[in-house]
Design a binder for this molecule. Sequence first.
Ligand SMILES: Cc1ncc(COP(=O)(O)O)c(C=O)c1O
Length: 387
Amino acid sequence: MNRKIRELKPYPMDRLVKAKEELRKKGVKIYDFGTGDPKEPTAPFIRETLKASVPEVSQYPTVKGKRELREAIAKWFKNRFNVELDPEREVIPSSGSKEAIFHFPLVFVDGDSGKRKVVFGTPAYPVYERGTLFAGGEPFKVKLKEEENFLLRLDKLPKSILEETALVWINYPHNPTGALAPLSYLRDTYDLCREYGIILCSDECYTEIYFQEPPPSLLQVGKEGAVVFHSLSKRSGLTGYRSGFVAGDKEIIQTYLKYRSSFGVASPDFIQEAARVAWLDEAHVRERREVFKEKKEVFEELFKELNLKHLPVKATFYFWVRLPEGVSSQDYALHLLKYGIVISPGEFFGEGGEGYFRIALVPSVKECKEAAAIWKRAHREFMEKVS
Ligand SMILES: Cc1ncc(COP(=O)(O)O)c(C=O)c1O
């Protein structure tokens, strides 16, 4: 067996799935705020497009993807971020962003060289670390701090680390904290990466879930040495379609394209057609934001009442909540689980997550309200027990 796989802990979400299954067997109603996979129905025009695009004869799709989809993505990017993308050389569709993130270091990290470090924050989406390990790179985790707005501060790392770094992952709006990065941060981080010859990867799958001014993209700062990863999963509620794209520096994109054919990740043509119409429509995305806003308000009220502190949710559909001093997030999560409420303990997202928990606004508005009522009782019971 591959030694690198043996060293990996189980994917955190797998543990949640098991616990939920056990509860379900016991007949407990489950309010799942664990995995970030909201349940709102897919917009009808996207489903109809998908159905109408299923061909009579099925043939292999290309890794490069359909020109029409790449053009739609470039058009969306120009409207949204005012950045021109060449649909021929600077965009590749992906099967969701997870696979594109996971596979990226396989192409761009040379595990035998002295420049094999991959830098990312903790807490973080676990795939940056997993992709690095499978590729033979060396993960270098930087603890993200609340007092620094959970920004990954490369300028605070020693020069020697930056010299040994092949890739840096940033992710704003950030999972799990919901933190945002201003354009000035993106510029400073970009400049530093240019100085050290580091590829800067920006996972931007939450840029469309916002409740104030729209967050920026790294490509607004520059394209050279920069790559962004986008997805329809969160923007359009298409997690099951597995559709996203990678864009940026044309040399990097073309090199990635060349080797992606080895991975077997080409997106089916009928998914690409559904993706094309999704990128060209904003109305369904606005509606989704409205629904998340309603759910968000339920929990803002709940956490205020329970005196639980959290970052203001300005983007993403996550609350990153600080537990009172001395309370273990695993114990708290296990207690809520008895009531059917599933949350993610902060350490699921790495060492930097200790002392916090994350909720994803996944259940319907009605279920969020039901869960909030149950949560109040469960929380008081827990606090009485530990005090
Ligand atoms: C930060 C982050 N990046 C990437 C992804 C992958 O999303 P998908 O593969 O559905 O596009 C997720 C999913 O939860 C995520 O939270």
